[in-house]
Design a protein around this ligand. Structure first.
Ligand code: SF4
Ligand code: SF4
Length: 386
């Protein structure tokens, strides 16, 4: 993995820092001066257009101020160290992942929660740096938790270019990386230079492959239409027009990465914790997901990235995937979910039944409507009965 380290011939502090990062297991590391991201204005235009969807925290004035001036995050900040840790396993064949009887999970979530793996390593790297430098310094560690445009800073640190799919792409390793950052008040003895802004050329594969049309243009992702946003971040009702386009995805979506020609360079990660224990961690049968209760969800997903969306959102997503599967085998568990404690699940189960059974679902839904106490679920069923 050493050959992927940017500027690793450097024998000064920055060079030794990179060697330490590799010893800690990171695959990519680069350093950049702490300056506002050059992508900032485009980011604010994106926010103004509402493409951050329900992620209101992104538009909060305090977070915008931190993005404009990194000193608002860490006063006296001098440097940003950006690391990448590969998660690509390539272990599960597409025929299984694309089986409509299974719910598909994005590859980054097949194993352990990356926050638990990345954060202690970044802390260890920051502490090593502070001792090595022998100066008082302050640092902060982020694993996609801070008000940072991390892909842009990763580009500044020489880790890759930004694809039209908005991902950070390493030209010789693809985009299957978790990113993390150390913000520090230490000055380093050398800094990396950004590579080319993009290497996409005339390619538009990701833009045309997106099933929901979530790219209004190159390098712009409208989260309101993105399956990844809808299945993970979005807490409420999923737009009825988008549901049929979501296929069997129940957590995230990899399509715009999978079709990218740079993904052919992806090499399997050496982190065993990112490998799925078995095929059900990547593509569980939908019938199992529909039958999950709270205890079952906890037992199966504690310690996994899926745990943060809780049972309600996962079963909601499974209802949509079951509707898209269209198989009558899903009818009994969906019917049982009409009586679930969650109105969100009840409503999405009703939609799935309607999609599978068409007019044959009418008596089931009329009955469900009679007992429905939640206004939004009532509206959902009424909309189906039309
Ligand atoms: Fe489209 Fe999926 Fe990429 Fe989102 S993650 S932009 S839905 S292809
Ligand atoms: Fe760029 Fe093509 Fe990859 Fe999209 S699929 S990010 S256009 S190289």
């Amino acid at each position: 993995m050493r050959d992927f380290i940017v500027g690793d011939k450097d024998t000064g502090l920055t060079g030794r820092l990179k060697i330490k990062a590799v010893e800690l297991g990171f695959n990519l590391v680069g350093v950049t001066r702490a300056a506002p991201s050059p992508a900032l204005e485009a980011y604010f235009r994106w926010i103004d257009a509402g493409m951050h969807a329900g992620m209101g925290y992104m538009a909060r004035p305090d977070r915008q101020a931190r993005r404009r001036d990194l000193n608002a995050i860490l006063p006296g900040i001098e440097s940003l160290i950006v690391v990448g840790l590969g998660y690509h396993t390539g272990m599960i064949p597409p025929a299984i992942l694309e089986d409509p009887a299974r719910g598909r999970i994005a590859a980054y979530a097949w194993g352990a929660d990356y926050h638990d793996i990345m954060t202690p390593r970044l802390e260890a790297l920051a502490e090593w740096l502070a001792v090595e430098q022998g100066e008082d310094s302050i640092h902060r560690v982020y694993v996609d938790t801070g008000a940072l445009l991390e892909r842009s800073h990763a580009h500044q640190a020489g880790l890759g270019f930004t694809g039209k799919n908005t991902m950070l792409i390493h030209p010789r390793r693809g985009s299957g990386f978790f990113l993390g950052e150390i913000l520090t008040t230490l000055k380093l003895d050398s800094y990396d230079v950004p590579g080319r802004a993009t290497m996409c050329g005339n390619c538009t594969r990701c833009l045309t492959a997106c099933p929901t049309g979530a790219f209004p243009g190159p390098h712009v992702l409208d989260a309101r239409r993105c399956i990844s946003y809808l299945t993970i971040e979005h807490k409420g009702w999923i737009d009825r027009d988008l549901r049929p386009l979501m296929g069997n995805w129940v957590f995230g979506c990899d399509i715009c990465q999978d079709v990218c020609p740079f993904q052919r360079f992806a090499t399997p990660t050496q982190e065993s914790v990112f490998y799925p224990q078995d095929v059900t961690r990547a593509a569980p049968p939908l019938l199992d997901l529909l039958a999950l209760d709270e205890a079952g969800f906890h037992a199966r997903y504690y310690g996994s990235p899926l745990y943060r969306i809780k049972r309600e959102r996962l079963v909601r997503n499974a209802c949509i995937a079951a509707g898209n599967w269209g198989n009558r085998a899903a009818v009994p568990p969906l019917e049982a979910l009409l009586g679930d404690a969650s109105p969100l699940i009840r409503g999405h189960a009703a939609w799935a039944l309607w999609r599978i059974l068409g007019g044959d679902a009418r008596s089931l839904l009329v009955n469900a409507q009679r007992h429905e106490t939640d206004q939004a679920a009532q509206a959902e069923i009424a909309g189906l009965l039309g």
